[in-house]
Design a protein around this ligand. Structure first.
Ligand code: ATP
Ligand code: MG
Length: 439
């Protein structure tokens, strides 16, 4: 690790000329290029940085393009009519092109406790609007592979921290002293895992060693920031690998403590596989370009504790299935909110998906026909079949409802006529054939 230390005052960058790296302007979005050229024309330095450069060098399609410059946010605003300044933690300029936004940041330095504009709380950076040079900007970034700059002036790639080498070696490596960098911002532990899963990289040994020991620092993070991060972790298309790494490093339990506890206990000798099935399903949907909703994701991530708690409430307190499920849902949500927030519009949908699971029991008369019209039928049905695929006993419900949707009106009528009213669940004791949790 040659240049990853942050103490050097003048870093000698490695500069790769155009033609010796794989980035061509044709791969960069038109809007990002407009911003880069606009800044350059006004005499400012302008670079592409972060995930955009990293992904282009890897031959992947970047999610977005971030621009950095030595222009101050106010100067950026004056250059572009369609520009707004945003951000409390740090001020950024957003340049709008219809629905597309190009984010422009000013070079920043790692703040010190005594620096103007900086606020450090027990080693954690709370506010860091300290402007700096490009060298300072390079070393305050998280990982070496995220700190590569593409210079619009001469189309070179500039590397102050050994990121090009790590990119070649497939390594996620924190810049600077890992413990300090994690204490400054514990979310970096989640980001390390996310990039390792997404890129198929290894986490460098010195970057991974402190994680299990510092994982608890996540508990101090604002729940709203962790909510955003959870979506990035599980909706990025690599949720299964990400989940495994999060558990491996002891991070998952600090995001979803009740789920972690449920997963740690096997049930009847079988490990819980529901979350994994759900995440495989999420990854498949992302791959196919289908929407994935936070409500469904959270419903899946919290299902194990909800299911177990509902069963307990039925067995111990004699609650009927629906009230047991409702109360379990409220309790689990309450505890979860202390860790990651869940905006109300999502938590409502999540609880609805859980509660609708009980409606799949009714397969005669008008009810099944009406249920099909329910706005959340599809989500609830997908959820039901996930439960079935994870080995939960839902009887024949998934098959029945699959068929019910596929057939025409006449056969639907037969299906709902053929079956007698569902056997009412007995208060106590075991039903003869179907287990009591049958959906
Ligand atoms: P992607 O957008 O593909 O998820 P990214 O690397 O672009 O990945 P962003 O969250 O968009 O990630 O951040 C852009 C850049 O800002 C990063 O590449 C990194 O250089 C810097 N950065 C983001 N978050 C942090 C952080 N918590 N600490 C230090 N630097 C960060
Ligand atoms: Mg990005």
């Amino acid at each position: 690790m040659t240049q990853a230390g942050v103490s050097q005052s003048a870093l000698e960058p490695r500069i790769v000329p155009r033609g010796e790296h794989g980035i061509s302007r044709a791969d960069i979005s038109e809007n990002a290029l407009r911003v880069l050229y606009g800044l350059k024309r006004a005499g400012f330095a302008a670079y592409l940085v972060g995930g955009g450069v990293r992904d282009l060098l890897l031959g992947r399609e970047p999610k977005d393009f971030d621009v950095v410059t030595d222009a101050r946010p106010e100067q950026v605003r004056k250059l572009f009519r369609n520009c707004r300044l945003v951000g409390r933690r740090f001020r950024l300029a957003h340049v709008y092109f219809g629905r597309d936004i190009v984010e422009v940041a000013t070079f920043r330095a790692i703040p010190h406790a005594d620096a103007e504009g900086a606020l450090v709380d027990e080693g954690r950076i709370v506010r860091d609007n300290v402007y700096g040079t490009i060298e300072e900007d390079a070393v305050r970034r998280d990982f070496t592979v995220n700190s590569l700059y593409y210079n619009i002036r001469d189309f070179t790639v500039v590397d102050y921290v050994g990121g090009l080498e790590d990119l070649r070696a497939g390594l996620i490596r924190l810049i600077g002293e890992p413990q300090r960098r994690y204490r400054e911002d514990p979310v970096r532990m989640l980001r390390a895992v996310r990039f390792a899963a997404k890129l198929g990289f290894r986490i460098h040994s010195q970057t991974e060693t402190p994680i299990p020991r510092l994982a608890h620092l996540l508990e101090q993070m604002p729940p709203a920031r962790l909510f955003d991060e959870v979506l990035k972790l599980f909706q990025g298309g690599y949720a299964v690998e990400t989940f495994e790494l999060l558990r491996h490093y002891g991070l998952f339990g600090h995001l979803f403590p009740l789920t972690e506890r449920a997963l740690a206990e096997e049930e009847g000798g079988f490990p819980h596989v529901f979350v994994t099935r759900a995440l495989e399903n999420t990854d498949r949907r992302v791959e196919a370009g289908k929407p994935v909703t936070p409500a469904f994701l959270y419903a899946a991530l919290l299902w194990e504790p909800v299911r177990l708690r509902a069963a307990e409430l039925q067995a111990r307190e004699g609650l009927a299935p629906l009230p047991a499920l409702q109360r379990a849902g409220r309790e689990v949500l309450q505890i979860q909110l202390a860790h990651t927030s869940i905006p109300r519009r999502f938590s409502l949908g999540m609880r609805e998906i859980w509660e609708l699971q009980l409606r799949f029991r009714y397969r005669s008369g008008k009810r099944p026909h009406r249920f099909l019209e329910h706005p959340r039928f599809r989500a609830a049905y997908d959820f039901l079949c996930l439960r079935a695929s994870a080995g939960e006993d839902v009887g024949e419900a998934c098959e029945w409802w699959t068929q019910f949707q596929e057939v025409g009106p006449e056969e639907r009528a037969t299906m709902t006529r053929a079956r007698k009213k569902p056997v009412r669940r007995r208060r106590r004791g075991r039903a003869k054939k179907k287990p009591p949790e049958e959906a």
